[in-house]
Design a protein around this ligand. Structure first.
Ligand SMILES: Nc1nc2c(ncn2[C@@H]2O[C@H](COP(=O)(O)OP(=O)(O)OP(=O)(O)O)[C@@H](O)[C@H]2O)c(=O)[nH]1
Length: 300
């Protein structure tokens, strides 16, 4: 059988720190989490209160989670970020960067000093968190250009459409396609064609305002979204992008054919049942730009 001294050693050897916290946010006890590569030593916190140590917004969040665990009596699992500069009284030795934690919070069945308490186990999940961010970025980025991909466009346009329905915030959509890329590929090779596509991505980045989004729709087709922007203003931005393209793509020349861009532009409208209706309209306008002789902008 394990005796009480051994039990105390086991508690202190727990790989992740385990806090006993009262409803009012008092650190009643701290066990484990001794490896300084992963954790700051929290033993100096015992007897102190969360609200005295942590900035108000975060402190309130901790108190809310304690209350939730006490009310539900069920295991509560929450992820949060915390650095040692967020918590007064923590030593400097330990991880320098902010840590992402997974907190596992469970009400205990006995009070301490007349107050209800929870057990809060805080696991360092920073590596997993970074990997998740990286995977999300990869899942929404086009490899050749570094622009967002079509999946991300669908996600963002869904939100823009909701903003339009909820608060009549207009989003304009510019769809454009390179002209004559096939001739560059055929006569100068795919590598040169790739370069033209990268130049377009660079132009998009040059022209974007803070909340605009640039996406590779597929092949040599691109979309730019202009949130909170009506058609007239979006037309001006499209003209700028068209002009930048005219200058920067002029070096991709095959015989008498230059790489240019054809553009269709529209705004989410009242009759649209989803963002897809607006995309279809932009696509149709782009088709008209191609049919009208390429290298032009057609609004719809
Ligand atoms: N190098 C390169 N070419 C691509 C890529 N994606 C699509 N393309 C080429 O882009 C061309 C797209 O077809 P089209 O739009 O009909 O060709 P285009 O010469 O631009 O024709 P217009 O749009 O009518 O001017 C095809 O030749 C594709 O092979 C890519 O990632 N790299």
């Amino acid at each position: 059988m394990i005796n009480i001294e051994q039990m105390a050693i086991i508690l202190d050897t727990l790989p992740d720190p385990a806090f006993i916290l009262s409803r009012s946010g008092k650190y009643v006890a701290v066990f484990g989490g001794r490896d300084k590569r992963y954790y700051h030593d929290g033993s100096g916190l015992v007897g102190l209160y969360i609200s005295d140590l942590i900035k108000p917004a975060k402190a309130n969040w901790f108190l809310e989670q304690i209350a939730r665990a006490l009310e539900s009596r069920k295991l509560l699992i929450e992820e949060y970020e915390l650095s040692n500069s967020d918590v007064q009284g923590l030593p400097d030795d330990g991880p320098a960067k902010p840590i992402w934690f997974e907190g596992r919070i469970q009400a205990l069945s006995f009070p301490v000093e007349g107050e209800e308490v929870v057990l809060w186990v805080a696991s360092n999940i920073s590596e997993r968190h970074e990997l998740e961010i990286r995977l999300r970025e990869l899942g929404e980025t086009d490899q050749l250009t570094g622009l967002f991909n079509r999946r991300k466009l669908q996600h963002d346009l869904t939100l823009h459409y909701k903003s339009y329905v909820r608060a009549a915030v207009p989003t304009s959509i510019l769809m454009f396609d390179l002209d004559n890329l096939k001739r560059v590929n055929d006569s100068k090779g795919h590598h040169e064609g790739d370069e033209a596509i990268r130049v377009v991505a660079h132009i998009c980045r040059q022209a974007l305002r803070e909340n605009d989004g640039a996406y590779r729709f597929g092949g040599d087709e691109f979309v730019i979204t202009f949130p909170d922007t009506g058609l007239e203003q979006a037309m001006q931005l499209a003209r700028q992008i068209h002009e930048l393209s005219r200058k920067q793509l002029s070096r991709f020349l095959v015989d008498d054919a230059v790489v240019t861009v054809s553009m269709g532009i529209t705004t989410i409208m009242q009759e649209d049942r989803s963002y897809e209706d607006a995309i279809r309209r932009a696509d149709l306008a782009l088709y008209q730009a191609k049919n009208g002789g390429k290298n032009r902008i057609i609004p719809a």
